[in-house]
Design a protein around this ligand. Structure first.
Ligand code: IMP
Ligand code: MG
Length: 174
């Protein structure tokens, strides 16, 4: 199927917002080390850009989860495909996500990570679609609240494509 991508948030807007979040996190975690947990694959582009803008000591780790469901929907049943390499015990952890949609994936994931005994656990997402929320999740840092549209770019995909776009775009199906 042919589809078009319309720019929703330009590269400049996204970069500026990530810088602001990086500064905010640096202030909030002054004197501490932050442990960034990237949820693959979508969170990877955002996490790299964010990490470069944080001025307190940073360590990073990755995990991959898949929700049983279609390409554009999440079922809420989450499977860990790749677990973290490092324990979270006594770390100041920030989970870095691409987007919070229904909230199902994140609410499951945060509960699971909380059981590993981090000193603190926060959530940072580049995008939030509040209109779509089914399960309440507390988001500590949000890049942008966006309308209920399917978006791509900056790590987000449509059938595994468009993750490399340096901006956020809306997919328009023809
Ligand atoms: P949730 O469990 O419904 O919050 O689903 C979150 C996951 O669904 C995200 O991490 C994305 O992988 C995917 N997702 C939700 N909305 C979009 C979108 O607009 N574009 C691309 N992926 C999305
Ligand atoms: Mg994701």
């Amino acid at each position: 199927m042919a589809e078009k991508v319309r720019v929703l948030l330009s590269e400049k807007e996204v970069d500026a917002r990530i810088s602001a979040i990086g500064e905010q996190i640096s202030r909030d975690y002054a004197g501490k080390q932050v442990h960034l947990v990237c949820v693959l694959k979508g969170g990877s582009f955002f996490m790299c850009e964010l990490a470069k803008r944080i001025t307190v000591p940073v360590s990073i780790d990755f995990m991959s989860v898949s929700s049983y469901g279609g390409a554009t929907k999440s079922s809420g049943v989450v499977k860990i495909v790749k677990d973290l390499d490092e324990p979270l015990k006594d770390k100041d952890v920030i989970v870095v996500e691409d987007i919070v949609d229904s909230g199902r994936t994140l609410s499951y994931l945060l509960e699971l990570l909380q059981q590993r005994g981090p000193k603190s656990l926060a959530l940072c997402t580049l995008l939030d679609k509040p209109d779509r929320r089914v399960i309440d999740v507390h988001v500590d840092y949000t890049g942008f609240e966006i309308p209920d549209k399917f978006v791509v770019g900056y790590g987000l995909d449509y059938n595994q494509r468009y993750r490399n776009l340096p901006y956020i775009g809306v997919v328009e199906l023809n």
